[in-house]
Ligand binder design. Sequence first.
Ligand SMILES: CC(C)(COP(=O)(O)OP(=O)(O)OC[C@H]1O[C@@H](n2cnc3c(N)ncnc32)[C@H](O)[C@@H]1OP(=O)(O)O)[C@@H](O)C(=O)NCCC(=O)NCCS
Length: 355
Amino acid sequence: MTFQKDAAPVTPGVPETTLTPEKLALLRQALQVCPMMLDLTGLSMYPAIRPGDRSQVASVDPNDIERGDIILTTRDNRIYAHRVIGIKGNPPSEWLVKGDTLLSPDPPVRAEDILGRVIAVQRRGRLISLLTPRARAHGRLLAALSYPYSRAFMRVALWRRSVIARLANSSGIRARRRSRTEPTFTRPARESDIESIAFLMGDHQLQTAPISAVDMETLRGHAAEMLDSARAVGATLWVAERRGFVLGYAVVGPLDENGPYAPGWWVMSVYVKMTARGSGVAEAIVRAGLHDAASKHVPCVRYAAYETNRASIRLAEKLGFVPDASPEAQAFARHYEQPGGRGARLVILRKNLNP
Ligand SMILES: CC(C)(COP(=O)(O)OP(=O)(O)OC[C@H]1O[C@@H](n2cnc3c(N)ncnc32)[C@H](O)[C@@H]1OP(=O)(O)O)[C@@H](O)C(=O)NCCC(=O)NCCS
């Protein structure tokens, strides 16, 4: 659970989870005076704290914290509300804290990192106390079962997202998702999107790798590199966001030097979060890139997809791309051919913009 300021976020529509040291000090002081209602975002404490809940946080003497309590801590100017699953020392000097649904604990918490304790949750207008004997017993049970619970939660979450993504194969479900979702906004990515893009890269990696293989630090590096190398060649890394959350990205522009060279502009690295598939995210991003290309008088844009990637090819066809038999397109496709004709063939499509 991370903290979301209720005032205007730094970038429009993007939840801010990093506070300045001054704002942190202010929050700490305010909590000393009286309990505060905070909006805590994320699913790390689901179902104890759910999206849309408000959490009542009060200052706490660290000696009074019990196993099972949810405490508000700060690390790297971020705020977390996670459950205490262990306490070290007598008197206590270190608290072991973990999000209920997260597979690993936070780094050990010291007294100075503790801002307060979540004493109640406001849900649909009702205030639910977390300090009743029953709620505390429940908290202790969740602390004891934290690891098996988070593993089960993760398995269900991974299964759910793959079902949602697979359902996007049905055109009827895609049409329904599109009619029900809120508008998608597209814009060039900024440095502040690196975290979100890294998360999407992790979402992609989870299709083939176990969660333990997803290294956010490495992915942040890949995301920053993608942004830098796109900018270096005059391409744009586009992102699409809905309700302030980045749901997909793509690069549109000239190719960088990391692969085979082919002239002109390309649509590259299109990716949409699995749970947002079929709701028009990729279409919005690629349209933004095409609009940008047309405004810069780019004559044509190419699109490459493996022949087995039906969704990607259909997306390109919907946006007016047609097969490209030009020698440079074929040379590009050959670069990705596997020896002996094994593996899927790369299909190159093209859309003329400024005849
Ligand atoms: C391919 C991908 C980008 C599509 O993203 P998306 O946001 O789900 O697509 P959209 O909702 O914008 O759909 C736009 C059009 O794409 C096509 N499309 C999208 N998903 C499809 C699917 N599962 N099956 C068939 N066509 C599909 C359709 O033509 C759709 O229009 P329609 O619903 O009116 O028929 C997404 O599935 C993805 O990220 N896949 C993994 C990464 C990847 O393969 N990237 C492409 C690399 S070349």
